[in-house]
Ligand binder design. Structure first.
Ligand SMILES: Nc1ncnc2c1ncn2[C@@H]1O[C@H](COP(=O)(O)OP(=O)(O)OP(=O)(O)O)[C@@H](O)[C@H]1O
Ligand SMILES: [Mg+2]
Length: 243
């Protein structure tokens, strides 16, 4: 691979004394969208959290742009260029969209923070249009876009997304996945976990399947969509219908 942004080398990680994610290796090429699918409890969130430094690591290495980062804390990883949007909502619901974005930029110096708010507001007109709306009153899809915008204020080059479409209607699901694509087209590499496997794989370059903490398949997304075992286990077995 020419220029992987992220390399996981035999990563094992978990919470207590037994690894949940075991011996997991993966290379994420620059400019790609790589989507990780798997059953509930397979360890998908644990893997993303481990890449961001939120979990106990039992072994293995994490290389970001060629340098080992497994010894860094999450803030340092963010500083290097790794952004993480966790599973579930994490905005400030009683504050306006503008205030959320200002808070998202609070670690930046004043001028840089202003630029960051401006940059993401320009990137996501849907947020600019809701500037004074309380975040809690946004639609689910808009809230998810706000979460991503808050992390993008730090200008990461790799974005880790845990179930961005969780709980969304089909229309909002597509709005969010289109946004993920736009983020990638803007130069940010994406490693995403998704339960809506079919829709997510359609916007992805590579699909990865995780079972019981281990990687059991990695292939071009189009091939994963056609894989008979994947279709039965994760795509509802139904024929691939047009979006
Ligand atoms: N904070 C925690 N402490 C201990 N064990 C945990 C913790 N969080 C998750 N686990 C365990 O780790 C395993 C994997 O959980 P994880 O959340 O990574 O799965 P997942 O693939 O993201 O599932 P889902 O699709 O439901 O989000 C599960 O057995 C879960 O019980
Ligand atoms: Mg999860």
């Amino acid at each position: 691979m020419a220029d992987p942004v992220l390399v996981l080398d035999a990563l094992s990680a978990g919470y207590t004394d037994t690894p949940i994610v075991a011996d997991f290796s993966l290379a994420v090429p620059r400019g790609a969208i790589v989507t990780l699918i798997g059953a509930n409890g397979a360890g998908k969130s644990t893997l993303l959290r481990a890449v961001y430094g939120l979990n106990r690591r039992f072994g293995g290495r994490i290389l970001f742009e060629g340098a080992e980062i497994q010894g860094l804390d999450p803030a340092a990883r963010l500083g290097r260029g790794v952004g993480f949007v966790p599973q579930g909502r994490c905005n400030f619901p009683k504050m306006a969209v503008r205030e959320n974005l200002e808070l998202g930029a609070y670690t930046l110096a004043r001028a840089a923070a202003r630029d960051a708010v401006d940059r993401v507001a320009t990137m996501f007109p849907v947020l600019r249009a809701r500037w004074t709306t309380l975040a809690g009153n946004l639609s689910g899809g808009e809230q998810q876009i706000l979460e991503m915008a808050m992390v993008l204020e730090a200008a990461p080059r790799l974005l880790l997304l845990d179930e961005p479409s969780l709980g969304l209607s089909p229309k909002m699901l597509h709005q969010v996945l289109d946004t993920v694509r736009a983020i990638r087209d803007g130069g940010v590499t994406v490693l995403m976990v998704e339960q809506n496997a079919r829709a997510a794989l359609r916007v992805s370059d590579t699909g990865v399947v995780m079972e019981l903490g281990r990687k059991t398949l990695e292939a071009p997304a189009a091939a994963v969509l056609e894989d008979p075992r994947v279709r039965v286990a994760y795509l509802g077995g139904a024929p691939d219908e047009a979006r």
